[in-house]
Design a protein around this ligand. Structure first.
Ligand SMILES: [Zn+2]
Length: 293
């Protein structure tokens, strides 16, 4: 049994076959999936999907979406966190963070939304799911400044060992996904192999970050080939992690599952339950997630 700690199940890429994607995930042994929001516009969608499929969700404003977000969106996030505080499937604030790779995103504006959201995490006593892209030190600085003690997950972690250790010291786990399956990902594979066992959680970031076996060349993509990732790929990614660690696949599943439950404690109560949604949660819209999130 695996936990996919990061899957954008609401993305448009899944509109044609979302139910089949979920069926394949469960058949592959992925019995829990965390669906992070990216903007106020998809809060209702991720919540409804989590209830429909027995999964978990997070609410937050993604750094790639801060340019179109407003101050009122932070108020709306606060209100949504209050409204759904007793929803056991609401497990974190996310996906939030900083992206200093994409040059069109104003750094000051990103910092503002990041700091305000980790203050909300402190006030609502929820862990956070962090987008880390050339921003590990600034993310760490914000966590220290706000004094966030609830921890969470550094998703698709790609920093240094020193930065990894700093996140661990603040109570975070680090997310590993498709990138570890590429032999050229030397730094990430070294981290996956050498970090303490309790540091690691698994994720797909589906439909993004395809593992090596789904990778297509630019030429193949131009000819129409898809490299859409999906949560059913998680056990094979986990098997790669097991190889890097010298674990059995069963050990990898058990350890990463316990780590995910430690990072997002509300996952524990969800257990193996996957009862269907209550009727009023059944309406699911289309939340688009453009680009690698
Ligand atoms: Zn994401």
């Amino acid at each position: 049994m695996w936990i996919d700690t990061h899957c954008h199940l609401d993305a448009g890429e899944f509109d044609d076959d979302r139910a089949a994607v979920v069926t394949r995930a469960r058949a592959a042994g992925v019995n829990q999936v965390v669906i992070p929001a990216v903007s106020v516009q998809n809060f209702d969608t991720v919540r409804a999907l989590a209830h429909e499929h027995g999964f978990a969700y997070a609410l937050g404003i993604h750094p790639l979406y801060v340019m179109q977000a407003s101050q009122e969106d932070l108020v709306a996030l606060d209100q949504a966190l209050t409204a759904h505080r007793d929803d056991p499937r609401l497990v974190a604030i996310g996906e939030i963070g900083l992206d200093f790779f994409v040059k069109s995103l104003d750094p000051a504006r990103q910092q503002h939304f990041y700091l305000e959201q980790i203050k909300l995490a402190r006030r609502h006593e929820l862990p956070v799911i962090l987008h880390v892209r050339r921003s590990a030190d600034q993310l760490l600085g914000g966590l220290r400044r706000v004094g966030l003690t609830t921890g969470g997950i550094g998703h698709a972690f790609n920093g240094s060992r020193q930065q990894a250790d700093a996140f661990l010291a603040l109570g975070f786990k680090l997310g590993f996904g498709g990138t570890v399956t590429f032999e050229r990902s030397l730094q990430i594979r070294r981290l996956a192999a050498e970090l303490p066992a309790e540091a690691l959680v698994t994720e797909t970031d589906a439909p993004d970050i395809p593992p090596q076996w789904l990778y297509k060349t630019a030429q193949e993509r131009a000819a129409g080939a898809s490299m859409r990732n999906e949560p059913a790929e998680l056990p094979r990614i986990g098997a790669t992690l097991a190889t890097l660690r010298g674990w059995t696949v069963e050990e990898a599943a058990r350890i990463t599952r316990a780590n995910a439950q430690a990072a997002l404690p509300r996952l524990k109560a969800l257990g193996h339950d996957h009862t269907a949604a209550s009727q009023d949660d059944a309406a699911v819209g289309h939340g688009g997630a453009a680009g690698a999130l």
